[in-house]
Each structure stands twice: as structure tokens, then as C-alpha cells.
Design a protein around this ligand. Sequence first.
Ligand SMILES: Cc1ncc(COP(=O)(O)O)c(C=O)c1O
Length: 389
Amino acid sequence: MSNTEKGINTICTHFGGVEDTKFKGAVSPLYMTTSYAFEDVDVKRYPRYFNTPNQEALCKKIAALEHSEAALIFGSGMAAISTALMTFLQAGDHIVLQQTLYGGTYNFAVSQFEKFGISYSFTTGWKVEDFEREIQNNTKVIYIETPSNPLLTVTDLKGIADLAKKHGILSMIDNTFASPVNQNPADFGIDVICHSATKYMGGHSDICAGTVSSSQENVDKIFSTAICFGGSLSDYTVWLLERSIKTMGLRVKAQNENAMEMANYLAANNDVEKVFYPGLKSHPDHELAKSQMNGFGGMLSFELNPEIDVSEFFKQLKLIKPSMSLAGIESTVLSPTKTSHALMSPEDREKQGIKDSLIRFSLGIEEIKDLIEDIEQAIVKVKSMTVPA
Ligand SMILES: Cc1ncc(COP(=O)(O)O)c(C=O)c1O
């Protein structure tokens, strides 16, 4: 089966399982073993070599989902991102990173690159010109995140891929927020695609994992670094992740719909100062998002009016939980200043436009009317507390 011919739900359901030749079960058998007898000298199966039966099968599903030749699965999103970055960078090299970035990736860059002799620049914006301005003679990688965490900025995938090719640089993306359902960066020429599979691929807030997809040649290079860093995923979690991905298309489409409706509701609400969602016509990158995404995603951010206390608002929510992670089937909110971007200096947060009042909202699959009702009752309660007697 060729991945370009099949729809997303078919790939999610059918690609890359371990065939049960003995009992013909519908579900992949789980090979929970770390020791395999040698069949011949070339096949040395071992979990840290990323080549157990369950790992190999799931890598095929991930590659098919990302329209790539090959993939690897890791123990976390950061294991995938850091291993991929350290594969293509060495002492003396330079990397250009997008300014609006997941806090953990930002922290990896500022805390690790210098000690390996790697220099880095953050862009001042997310337009193609902002990246071009930072390119140096020794730049080896351009790293982007779109839509970005937490401000949902949208970066031009084809523009970045073309820019990287023009300068002989590798382009790399964190595709977590979109998921492969909503965006396939390989179709636009991006070289390496990373995911925190803890998010939409897992989707049930019970798996920590990461993935990297690319050409076979690049994945072979990443593999050589990966076996040294040892960030592989346990076979049981690989098996759970395969099961979770089977429903990813359905989940993400429901989350897209909820996010669109919630964004419209919040945008029309007088107690809300600002809404960040690429599906809104008012979003500055809406047309670009339309041209490169299959759906606008299940993530949005918003700012409440300053007189509404965010911590109190979180306390009053009944259905929606304040939570560190995102992309589960249950709706969650967080304050990026206190969690995902807490390691970033207040000055850097301000430069990015991440205010203390910003709320990141991960839409689940609940009924939208119940979610809206929860937001409404929480705002009413907080406002009633702040009105003088
Ligand atoms: C956009 C993005 N990329 C990467 C990561 C890191 O993933 P993990 O926590 O699985 O290491 C996260 C985690 O929140 C994220 O939101």
C-alpha cells in the first residue's frame, strides 16, 4: 500500500502493524523482549537499536503519516528533538531557531549548545526574511515550529524549505501542534519532522514519546546518534502508541471543530481581550495557514480582560482542567508563564509576546456547548468575586 494513495484514517488504522501470523489477531502482537537469538549477523535486534518488531512496525506507520521515507520513535519529544539536532550539528556549526518556540526546546538550545561549541541565533519574527537575516556561513540547520507554542504563529513551510535549500542548510520542524492530520511538512520540502508523540499521536494523556521522520539517508544518520544517546521507547509504550494512533484522525478532526467553535465564541466575548487561533479570519497568518494546513488544529490561546484573575479563573473551571500537557481527548488549560515557558526569562517572554494573562487552551473531544458553559460560569464567578460589595 502506498501512503500517498490512502486517506489519513486508513493510514492510522492499517499501516505499520505487526502481523499476527500465528493466531490472525486483529491487533499487533506485543514482543516484550530485550533479547533476540541471532538469525544472521546483520540482524541484531535490541530495544536501544530501535529495531524490535513493534518499534520497526510503528516506525512504518509514522513515516507513512508524515509522507516520509523513514522514521524513528523515541522515549519523549525532547529525546527526538535533541537527538535529531545533535545529529546535524557539531562544534563550529551555527543554527537558526524560530523565536516562538516550545519552552523545552528553547531551554535545550540556551543550556546545551554552547558547551558543544555550537552557536545559535533566535529570529526576531517568524517570516522567511527573519530567518534569512540570521543565516551565517556556518549555519547548518534552520529549526521552525508551526503553529507555534503558545502563540499559534504560522511559519511559511515552502518558504523555509526553499530558503534552506538555497543555502544548502537542513530544515527541521516541530510539527507537534498540528499533528500529521493537519499538516505534512515533507510535502512542502521540509527535511526533518519531529513530534512530541506525548501529544496528538498518544492523545489520551497516558504516553510519553517522540518521533522523527525524514529521508532514509537522514534517518540512518539520526539512528547512529540515537543509539549513543539511548532514548528509545519501551515496547509496551510502542504498542500503546500504535493503538492510540489508530483513532488519531477521528480525534484530531473533532478537536479541530471544537477549537474553531471555541475561538469564535471567545472572539465574540467582551471579557476576552485577544484570541490566537489560525482558523480565525482575523489571525494575521490565516491565509498562509489555509494554504498549508488540512485543518487549523485543536490548540488556541487567549487573554482575558486584565480585571479577571487567571489563577482564580482556573480554580472556578469545573470540566476543563488546568494541566501541564496538551492534546488529550480532555480539554485542558495552562498559563505558559508558569509552566511551559517558565524557564524563559521574563524579558524573552515579553519579546515573544507571552503575557502573564495568556491562557493556552487545548480542546478535547467533549461537547462544545459543555465547554462553553464551563468557561462562561467560571468568568461569571470570578467577576462576581472582584465586584466591590
Ligand atoms: C510543541 C512541543 N514540542 C515538544 C515538546 C516536548 O515533548 P515531550 O514532553 O514529549 O518531551 C512539547 C511538550 O510539551 C511541545 O509542546
